[in-house]
Ligand binder design. Structure first.
Ligand code: CP
Ligand code: NVA
Length: 308
């Protein structure tokens, strides 16, 4: 069973193949209207369940559109509306869904929920974000970087802000794709030590730098994300904002990174908190290419999962 659960659970060869396939499919569409089918219809006759236990704009729409472009059908399910939200076990839900659908994409809270779904499903399961990781996002980010700047191998990627789920998948990608990674943010919000250690063992430099100005020197890419994620307790908002304010990505910080540095954000952005509008809408920013590439990268992930 080819689940897509995390960047570190897929081989670097398969990750590379997925990026190439995404690029090929994007070029083959040639900018045709979004509702028109691809020339290839690898998901013809396939049914895909998209389960959301948290809100989503990009993941929901890009998976739904991607399946349809490849000739498949989708059903978008809210966890709360399923029996899952009323006490049915994950394992039983996985067994039942496997009798109806060919592929499951799930966005949930605890990683254990996703892993249990994958363990008991007879069909591939894709991680559409958990509290701990967000691998589909980072596949789109790698694709986007390479479209603009060529191979990401050997480049310097800097994360400024909260070492959250998106940051964790980026650290895993550093090891798998071979780029150096610097985190700048408060010590208490660093990515998990296990992620850092694993990337280092794969031979890339992973650096913790408290000073954002020093961190971004020589960066090829600067990335940030919201200071309060969907799984964070809203009561921590003020404290997190106070801790993270020095790590805002603004024009002064991007100037220290240099003229060729790209800026990425998985979105949704909180303009003028973690990033200023000037940077979001400025010359370094590729955030909307990044959002578009969710579509292409996930289409390639689904094809890889189903071997089609
Ligand atoms: N970046 C991302 O996953 O966005 P959504 O929460 O809108 O899906
Ligand atoms: N870190 C954010 C990402 C949203 C796509 C969250 O988990 O809320």
């Amino acid at each position: 069973m080819k689940h897509f659960l995390d960047i570190d659970k897929t081989t670097s060869g398969d990750l590379r193949q997925i990026i190439e396939s995404a690029r090929t499919m994007k070029i083959a569409r040639g900018g045709r209207p979004k509702g028109t089918p691809d020339d290839d219809q690898p998901l013809a006759g396939r049914m895909v369940a998209l389960i959301f236990e948290k809100p989503s704009t990009r993941t929901r729409v890009s998976f739904d559109v991607g399946v349809r472009q490849m000739g498949g059908q989708t059903m978008v399910l809210s966890g709360a509306d399923m029996q899952l939200g009323h006490g049915e076990t994950i394992a039983d839900t996985a067994r039942v869904l496997s009798r109806y659908v060919d592929l499951i994409m799930m966005r949930t809270f605890e990683e254990e929920t996703l892993l249990e779904m994958a363990e008991h499903a007879d069909v591939p399961v894709i991680n559409g974000l958990t509290n701990r990781t967000h691998p589909c996002q980072i596949m789109a980010d790698v694709m986007t970087f390479e479209e603009h700047r060529g191979p990401i191998k050997g480049k310097k990627v800097v994360w400024s802000g909260d070492g959250n789920n998106v940051c964790a998948s980026l650290v895993q990608a550093a090891g798998q794709f071979g780029f150096d990674f610097t985190f700048t943010g408060p010590e208490t919000l660093e990515p998990e030590a296990a992620f850092i250690g694993a990337a280092r063992r794969q031979g890339v430099a992973v650096t913790m730098e408290r000073d954002p100005a020093l961190a971004v020197a020589g960066a090829d890419l600067v990335v940030t994300d919201t200071w309060v994620s969907m799984h964070d307790n809203p009561s921590t908002r003020e404290r997190r904002h106070n801790q993270l304010r020095p790590y805002q990505v603004n024009a002064a910080l991007m100037a220290k990174a240099g003229p060729d540095a790209l800026f990425m954000h998985c979105l949704p952005a909180h303009r003028d908190d973690e990033v200023t509008s000037e940077v979001m809408d400025g010359a370094h920013s590729v955030v909307f290419d990044e959002a578009e590439n969710r579509l292409h990268a996930q289409k390639a992930i689904m094809r890889w999962c189903l071997d089609v």
